[in-house]
Design a binder for this molecule. Structure first.
Ligand SMILES: NC(=O)c1ccc[n+]([C@@H]2O[C@H](COP(=O)([O-])OP(=O)(O)OC[C@H]3O[C@@H](n4cnc5c(N)ncnc54)[C@H](O)[C@@H]3O)[C@@H](O)[C@H]2O)c1
Length: 403
């Protein structure tokens, strides 16, 4: 009998996970909720099993009816800026939660989410997948091996550009979050792999953004015309890190690099898929190593899992997120992106944007484990995102043009 009886909220991105959940013996998919159930059409043609899954268009009904069906966990793949409020509803209803990025869209929500997890004692994890691509896991192994010496610096980039047609498809509706999201906010794909590899937490952030003339041309329906934002963080292990949010730079899709005083490792960019580059100086190189080596990622995964990971998407990251969820929800193995690390990334993105708006001001990122640090931001609900009627915006979503 499946121990995890899961409901999926949001059936667009949710589709990818619905497929993966249907393949796992330990998971039973009991309910799906989306106000637009047409998102399921392609999937229903592929899978008869979906027929027996209860479907809802209203969230509250999904939660209460799902509970009657034994639902004990929810996968959140709803709108980017609404994860925290729905996570809280699910946790309060006794569900374990696995949430798409980002964990929270305001500082106030970061506090509320942490306190809800602590109060309810239910399980919460972020479904951040990029750290669990094959090459990022290999990068992590090399950093953990100690070959790099003292960790000094790490950098991460995540780029997602597209034609106007693609951007329009991804931005349905005048008040859709993708039309209003400042460039720092989608931080987890660039920052997550660096936190995973180095185990460091961000303490201070300073950031800058730059506008794109190409995006400025479509500002009437995509108001966030900055092409990139770069965040620069002091980390709690003494190293520094530089990373993007989601940028629209003409550059590689994603790339990551961790640098020590003895060696450095990098993946993504032009290194090759499932490959990691290891670099030493002559004077730091051990006798049995080359100055530069390109290492095929071997993460010791059984063949069957490696095969499943390969076909799941995002370099195997989606498959491994599901495996981490099974280990956490059924066997109590803590996930790397617990609620504290998850809100630390959200807070970096939120404060990073404040820093951009003030010429790179350096801002303290609260340690959300400490009540006194939560208290600094408990009532801070500034947001660049409108509600469904276009109200509620309290921050600009792009820098003043050309200033
Ligand atoms: N980790 C990844 O690689 C990855 C990839 C794609 C998307 N995402 C994340 O997944 C989330 C969803 O993104 P998306 O691409 O699916 O686009 P989206 O945000 O437009 O889709 C959200 C879906 O949820 C449904 N929904 C939202 N609120 C609802 C409500 N109150 N009641 C009923 N249905 C509701 C919408 O109808 C829609 O189908 C985002 O947070 C995004 O960042 C992550």
């Amino acid at each position: 009998m499946a121990g995890i009886k899961i409901g999926v909220f949001g059936a667009w991105r949710g589709n990818s996970y619905i497929r993966l959940f249907l393949e796992e013996e330990q998971i039973e998919l009991v309910a799906i909720c989306d106000k637009n159930l047409n998102e399921l059409d392609d999937l229903e043609n592929e899978s008869d099993e979906l027929e027996r899954v209860a479907k809802f268009t209203d969230f509250d009904e999904f939660l209460s009816e799902g509970k009657k069906l034994g639902m004990n966990a929810v996968f959140l793949a709803n709108y980017f800026h609404q994860h925290a409020s729905y996570a809280i509803k699910c946790l309060e209803a006794g569900m374990n939660v696995i949430s798409e990025c980002t964990a929270a869209a305001t500082m106030k929500e970061c506090v509320e989410l942490v306190e809800c997890v602590e109060r309810t004692g239910k399980k919460y994890m972020l479904a951040e997948n990029y750290p669990f691509s094959t090459s990022n896991i290999m990068l992590n192994h090399l950093v953990e091996s100690g070959k790099l010496g003292t960790l000094l610096y790490a950098e991460g980039e995540y780029n997602h550009s597209g034609t106007n047609e693609e951007l329009a498809r991804l931005t349905p509706g005048k008040y859709h979050w993708r039309a209003w999201m400042p460039r720092t906010y989608y931080v987890t794909h660039a920052m997550g792999p660096l936190m995973f590899a180095t185990k460091a937490m961000p303490r201070y952030v300073s950031a800058r953004a730059a506008h794109s003339d190409l995006l400025y041309q479509i500002r009437d329906w995509r108001h966030n015309y900055d092409g990139c934002a770069i965040m620069f963080c002091e980390m709690d292990n003494g190293m520094i890190a530089r990373f993007t949010g989601c940028t629209a730079m003409a550059s590689d899709y994603s790339r990551y690099r961790v640098v020590g005083d003895i060696a450095s490792v990098e993946c993504g960019g032009n290194i090759g898929s499932d490959m990691v580059r290891l670099f030493y100086f002559n004077h730091t190189k051990p006798e049995n190593e080359e100055n530069e080596s390109f290492i095929k990622a071997d993460i010791g995964e059984p063949d069957e899992s490696a095969q499943k990971a390969k076909s799941a998407g995002h370099g195997g990251g989606d498959f491994r997120v599901v495996q981490n969820m099974i280990e956490y929800f059924l066997n109590g193995v803590d996930p790397f992106f617990d609620v504290y690390r998850s809100v630390a990334m959200s807070a970096t993105a939120i404060l990073g944007w404040r820093s951009c708006l003030n010429h790179g001001e350096n801002l303290l990122i609260p340690d959300f484990r400490k009540k006194e640090e939560r208290d600094f931001v408990r009532n801070d609900d500034l947001t660049p995102f409108p509600d469904e009627n276009g109200n509620g915006i309290t921050l600009p979503c792009a820098l003043p043009y050309n200033e």
